[in-house]
Design a binder for this molecule. Structure first.
Ligand SMILES: *Cc1c(COP(=O)(O)O)cnc(C)c1O
Length: 221
């Protein structure tokens, strides 16, 4: 199916529920992004800083770029002013680096805190028990705001997916009840090509879909 047909199918599932669709364009050429843009998509996700900053100048300026992959501290300087939402805030050290670079440019970094909800060693994201420390540090920032939470859940069957999505929703709801400086719980970013419907049923209001839109990725090119 074409990019346009894929998008029509996915949006039919999402629009009724007011869920934001981020089209994950990693490894895909600029022309594919342009095709999705031409049928109305404005939110695109990349997982690598280098790839994002290579593509960004070649595409329309009203695209909202989402950095969905791990962000190394030494790469922060490249993304200031170019990214709409950083989904991968996961440490106080990264927070401090964002604060330093964004305050120097008098800009604000919009972020989601990424939680390693499945406690997988292979994945990034903060462990639940370290969340309070990060939240506390966020409250004293002047140039970083937290808009919600993000997770990449462990691979598994439907039951397992639901379990992790529910866990995330419960953390999200509990934080939403509290009052913080610089922190609001507006965005719950979870769900990808194979599990986004379950994620939405469990409360996601932003999903990140790559292969379901652009087709299989080829990493050997
Ligand atoms: C690649 C990626 C996605 C999209 O995955 P698909 O299975 O292609 O939908 C979503 N989130 C993150 C963090 C990713 O790296």
């Amino acid at each position: 199916m074409s990019i346009e047909e894929n998008l029509n199918n996915i949006e039919e599932n999402l629009n009724r529920k007011k869920v934001v669709l981020v089209a994950v364009s990693k490894t895909k050429p600029v022309k594919d992004i342009q095709s999705a843009y031409d049928v109305g998509i404005r939110d695109f996700g990349e997982n690598k800083v280098q790839e994002l900053i290579n593509k960004e100048p070649e595409l329309p300026k009203d695209i909202r770029w989402h950095l969905i992959g791990h962000l190394q501290r030494n790469k922060v300087k490249y993304i200031v002013g170019k990214v709409y939402l950083i989904h991968s805030l996961d440490s106080v050290r990264l927070l401090n680096e964002l604060e330093k670079h964004y305050s120097a440019e008098k800009l604000t970094a919009n972020t989601l805190i990424q939680i390693n909800i499945g406690r997988e060693e292979s994945k990034t994201g903060i462990y639940e028990e370290n969340l309070e420390g990060l939240l506390e540090a966020c409250e004293s920032c002047t140039s970083v705001v937290v808009k919600g939470l993000m997770a990449v859940i462990p691979k598994g069957n439907e039951e397992s997916c639901r379990f992790y999505f529910k866990k995330m929703k419960s953390i999200f709801d509990n934080l939403k009840k509290r009052e913080f400086k610089n922190i609001s719980m507006d965005v719950l970013s979870m769900g990808m090509t194979h599990d986004y419907k379950i994620a939405v049923e469990e409360g996601a209001n932003l999903v990140r879909i790559g292969e379901g839109i652009f087709g299989k990725r080829n990493y050997n090119k």
